[in-house]
Write a protein that binds this ligand. Structure first.
Ligand SMILES: CC(C)(COP(=O)(O)OP(=O)(O)OC[C@H]1O[C@@H](n2cnc3c(N)ncnc32)[C@H](O)[C@@H]1OP(=O)(O)O)[C@@H](O)C(=O)NCCC(=O)NCCS
Length: 155
């Protein structure tokens, strides 16, 4: 069986990552009963610009991109977001490895890693806690949606 290879993503990957992002975030849209989550409404141009500017990592299986993640440096903090894995490849450690890879991509430039997820996304919170992240605070952005913010110190 082909191995998954992790490496930098760039603007040329935008089309494929947009498709992957939309497929992966459908379960989150169902969980929060909101088809307009930012990850689902992001345009190709916005995503292309992010891939040009931010640190990005993709997971490639054969000819397919099966996962991706992005990180933006904000002073000493790497703000990590849009961690996505293709639905058929989930539950095999790809998300965990992508998280480790984006942390490594900013090695030497980040003192802290920060990310957030929704309060109903138990699996995401478990994944982040297993990777060493601890909750810093909660931010209610709608009556039915609270963001759980987590951080980890670079060691
Ligand atoms: C969140 C997301 C990226 C996780 O990706 P993933 O590849 O499934 O993550 P992992 O495989 O590393 O971990 C998921 C589960 O599989 C388990 N797992 C990991 N490797 C495994 C293996 N080899 N065999 C069996 N189970 C395994 C993990 O323990 C974890 O179990 P848990 O949910 O019971 O805690 C993915 O679910 C996704 O794309 N979700 C939609 C988008 C989203 O919500 N992104 C995050 C926004 S904050």
């Amino acid at each position: 069986m082909a191995e998954i290879v992790y490496g930098p993503a760039g603007p040329a990957d935008a089309g494929e990552i947009l498709t992957l992002q939309r497929a992966a975030y459908v379960v989150e849209a169902q969980l929060y009963d909101d088809p307009h989550l930012p990850a689902l409404t992001q345009t190709l141009d916005e995503l292309t610009a992010e891939l040009a500017e931010d640190h990005s990592v993709k997971a490639v299986l054969g000819h397919r991109i099966v996962g991706a993640v992005r990180g933006k440096l904000d002073g000493p903090v790497l703000r990590i977001g849009r961690l996505v894995v293709a639905p058929d490849q989930q539950g095999r450690g790809v998300g965990t490895r992508l998280l480790a890879a984006i942390e490594a991509a900013a090695d030497g430039r980040a003192e802290w890693f920060a990310l957030f997820t929704g309060h109903l996304s138990d699996g995401n919170i478990r994944l982040y806690q297993r990777a060493g992240y601890a909750e810093t605070h909660r931010e209610q952005i709608r009556l039915d949606l609270t963001l759980v913010h987590l951080m980890k110190e670079h060691r």
